[in-house]
Design a protein around this ligand. Structure first.
Ligand code: 1CP
Length: 343
């Protein structure tokens, strides 16, 4: 996995799934029973247990620590709950609210995150399976903090972009500083690659992405300790901004299924490795069809300097476990011969 991130030679594409630890797994639901989502995130033993479930039950080839993009947010002074998506008690709408936020040292404010990572590294020492850290991108965090919850088109956020750009700019600046520090602290605690999730940047036009998001992605990419841990950038619904994403200088671009991975693999050349990009809904397909789709993605992505098989977005609560198993088996059935033949 780490070799693929850096574009070094591999036998076949490694494989993991976004949101591989979650509600589609009965074993997750059992551990989750009787606890709130926040309790799960803060309970080191339980978080370690569910982080390892996809590895032990299904054989994924990377472990992402169990948490959420909102984990460091309450310590800024913002109340967030889950129902099941994030709900912000008092949405951010003014400069005064942004100025009242504090950015505490994450090593002190969310120490359990780093305990979870250190415990996972110890657990994974035998397996040679890499441990992934992650954070929410400032734009996506800001989208929820301004809107107050998830939304179809984030109208309040977009109004702020045009009516009070200084508020969004100040909020993103604060969240960028938080994100850089948070990812570097995760790397110190044992994360071997880190992924930045920008789930909502795709609502922007290419021009808006260049103005509001590209500089933030570039700043984070330049300040994360990439000698220790490759930097993976995920933008959901980002087919119209892939050229801009190439300009971020990430180690890996994680793509959703609306992107032609073959065309991008040829265009990206040696600049970046690619991750993705099966539609999570396609895991409902019969096993043979999943094999066919996985082999097709691997063939298409082969011209890239490195490819990591993954979904185009996270597993859904109704994702069939059998579909996930078929996806992993299909990935592991790809031989180096398949790779060589297509090159
Ligand atoms: O009820 C439950 O058990 C909570 C469901 C749940 C889970 C399992 C939430 C609430 N978050 C998570 C875990 C999670 N979230 C992980 C764990 C590691 C893994 O991948 O296995 C990660 C990386 C995330 C990241 C996350 N949370 C993102 C970015 C990636 C993405 O999926 O787009 C976003 C946008 C969130 C917000 C969030 N948290 C939870 C939900 C249901 C949501 C999405 C809400 C929405 O769609 O608006």
């Amino acid at each position: 996995m780490l070799r693929a991130c850096r574009g070094e030679a591999v036998d076949r594409p490694p494989v993991w799934l976004m949101r591989q630890a979650g509600r589609y797994l009965p074993e997750y639901r059992r551990v989750r029973e009787g606890a709130t989502f926040w309790e799960m995130c803060r309970d080191v033993d339980r978080a370690v247990e569910v982080s390892l479930q996809p590895l032990h039950l299904l054989g994924t080839e990377a472990v992402i620590f169990f948490s959420d993009i909102f984990t460091p947010i309450p310590n800024l002074g913002i109340e967030v709950d889950f129902a099941p998506g994030p709900r912000v008690a008092t949405p951010i709408r003014s400069l005064a609210q942004v100025e009242a936020l504090r950015v505490p040292d994450c090593r002190e404010s969310v120490p359990f995150v780093f305990e979870i990572l250190r415990a996972l590294r110890r657990e994974l020492a035998q397996d040679q399976v890499p441990l992934l850290g992650f954070a929410g991108a400032p734009f996506t965090l800001a989208a929820y903090l301004v809107e107050g919850s998830g939304s179809k088109n984030f109208g309040t956020l977009k109004q702020m972009m045009y009516r009070a750009p200084e508020v969004l700019r100040a909020l993103q600046e604060l969240l960028t500083a938080l994100t850089v520090d948070y990812l570097n602290a995760q790397i110190e605690a044992g994360a071997q690659a880190v992924q930045l999730f920008d789930t909502w940047a795709g609502i922007l036009s290419p021009a808006e992405y260049r103005e509001w998001v590209l500089p933030v992605h570039r700043e984070i990419a330049s300040k994360v300790n990439r000698k220790e841990a490759p930097f993976i950038l995920y933008v959901n619904n980002g087919a119209h901004v892939v050229d801009e994403m190439l300009d971020v200088n990430a180690d890996v671009l994680s793509l959703d299924w609306r992107i032609d991975i073959g065309a991008l693999a040829r265009r990206a050349g040696t600049r970046v490795s690619l991750q993705g990009n099966l539609d999570p809904c396609a895991l409902a397909a019969p096993r043979e069809k999943i094999f066919e789709m996985v082999h097709q993605i691997a063939r298409d992505a082969a011209p890239a300097r490195g490819h990591i098989l993954n979904l185009g977005h996270g597993c859904l609560p109704d994702t069939p476990v059998e579909g996930v198993r078929a996806f992993l088996e299909a990935a592991k059935s790809l031989g180096s011969a398949t790779q060589r033949n297509v090159r």
